[in-house]
Design a protein around this ligand. Structure first.
Ligand code: AMP
Length: 423
């Protein structure tokens, strides 16, 4: 049998899993301070949730989805991102009755059939937030600030991050602009790659994302949406930027930032890092999606959010020399002099653990010498030595591994003695 995990997936071994837990804990603490509540949606959805929401002509839907028929012939898809599912759930459970709002956060794996490379996986892990029912631009600023604050909280230095912002317009101003870009692409068809030529019909704005140098050069001269935003979009965008200025959040306007999903309207943003990630340098991003709920047949409900990628955040942390807080090591190792005391060792260790002490024991009939070695490996500060003679008089020996001091302790006093020595 092939024991390798499928291409583009990775086991999270303890060091990485610990980092994931640290990031999710940090997110929980920080996001709840901003009023967000947790939500978990299924890892797979009816395929339509993504085709309708993200858009048929996007890379995600047209090339990257894990779609399959289940035994009941339903077309299901492993979620490629979190927003579509959260909005679907909000609609199903009427989480945002007219006039109300909801602030939600999620974390978990996402699935995209992409070409794996550093920072790009087929199963990757995201943490994200969604704000539903809020149209005002201060919410956009709040969400952007939250993303930046998260990265700062896990130790990524502000100096190595770039925050890019743009406005994608709305249904009032984008259609005409889309037409202009489509015409621009057709006019420059010969200089553009095949895919961009196709995009003229399917999804012209995506041509701004093409990495082909010839296309980049042509699109650099293309008209910018910034210059044809309607009054409302323009005012909204200005207010978002003014709020960021008020908090001293540094950003760059990126008039060609379009992001890969159709549902965005108005504000879009992305945080990139300048070191350690090569081409996959976007560690998080998001935007506003005021029409998504309606796309699903729900009432008009504005929304916005972001998602950040765990793998890339971890690479950025490594590049910045940030380490994840060390795991809890054993405070106490309970050592057995011979097999006659095994049962007492077992119950003493359990009592210490029940009292909240990180305690470890040997399950493999190791010699006393190798139990001490194990205690050293675990960096135990104290070792309880349980021998038959001491046990016969109701006592054990407590050894301080730093000072090497030893003292006899009555078994009934062990938990208190350990606690007071650990401080
Ligand atoms: P997106 O949902 O495409 O806006 O991506 C949001 C964030 O998820 C990105 O900034 C990345 O950090 C992360 N991400 C997206 N796709 C992948 C992938 N294939 N592998 C690893 N991380 C990813």
């Amino acid at each position: 049998m092939n024991v390798r995990a499928p291409k583009g997936t990775a086991d999270m071994l303890p060091d990485v899993a610990r980092a994931w837990e640290y990031l999710t804990r940090t997110a929980q603490d920080l996001f709840s301070r901003y009023g967000y509540e947790p939500i978990y949606t299924p890892l797979f959805e009816n395929t339509e949730v993504f085709t309708r929401g993200i858009g048929e002509a996007t890379d995600i839907v047209s090339k990257e989805m894990y779609t399959f028929l289940d035994k009941g012939d339903r077309s299901l898809t492993l979620r490629p991102e979190g927003t579509a599912s959260v909005v679907r759930a909000a609609l199903e459970h009427s989480l945002v009755p007219q006039g109300s709002s909801a602030k939600l956060y999620y974390s978990g794996p996402m699935f995209r059939y992409e070409r794996p490379q550093k920072g790009r996986m087929r199963q990757f892990w995201q943490i994200g937030v969604e704000v539903l029912g809020v149209a005002g631009p201060s919410a956009d600023a709040e969400v952007i600030v939250l993303l930046v604050r998260f990265f700062e909280a896990v130790g990524i230095p502000a100096a190595s991050m770039r925050l890019l912002v743009n406005s994608m317009g709305d249904e009032a101003c984008r259609p005409a602009y889309r037409e202009r870009i489509s015409a621009y692409i057709r006019d420059h068809g010969e200089q553009l790659c095949e895919e961009c030529n196709r995009r003229a019909v399917t999804n012209p704005l995506r041509a701004f994302d093409c990495k082909n140098p010839a296309c980049v050069a042509v699109m650099a001269e293309a008209p910018l949406l910034r210059d044809s935003l309607c009054e409302e979009c323009s005012a909204h965008y200005s207010t978002v930027k003014a709020h960021l200025d008020r908090l001293g959040i540094a950003y760059e306007e990126a008039p060609r930032l379009v992001r890969g999903l159709d549902y965005y309207t108005r504000t879009v943003f992305e945080v990139q890092v300048t070191e350690g990630l090569g081409s996959q340098n976007a560690i998080g991003g998001g935007g506003r999606y005021d029409r998504l709920m309606q796309e699903y047949g729900g009432p008009p409900t504005p929304g916005l959010g972001f998602a950040l990628g765990f793998e890339r955040t971890l690479l950025a942390m490594e590049a910045a020399g940030v380490s994840v807080p060390a795991p809890a090591r054993a405070d106490v190792y309970v050592a057995r002099v011979d097999d006659s005391v095994s049962e007492s060792v077992f119950t003493m260790t359990a009592a210490l653990r029940d009292a909240g002490v990180v305690a470890e024991l040997d399950h493999q009939a190791r010699s006393l010498k190798s139990q001490f070695k194990q205690a050293d490996r675990l960096a135990a500060r104290l070792v309880v030595i349980v021998g038959p003679d001491e046990l016969a008089v109701g006592e054990v020996t407590l050894r301080d591994m730093t000072s090497k001091d030893e003292s006899r302790v009555a078994i009934g006093e062990l938990v208190n003695a350990v606690r007071s020595r650990l401080g």
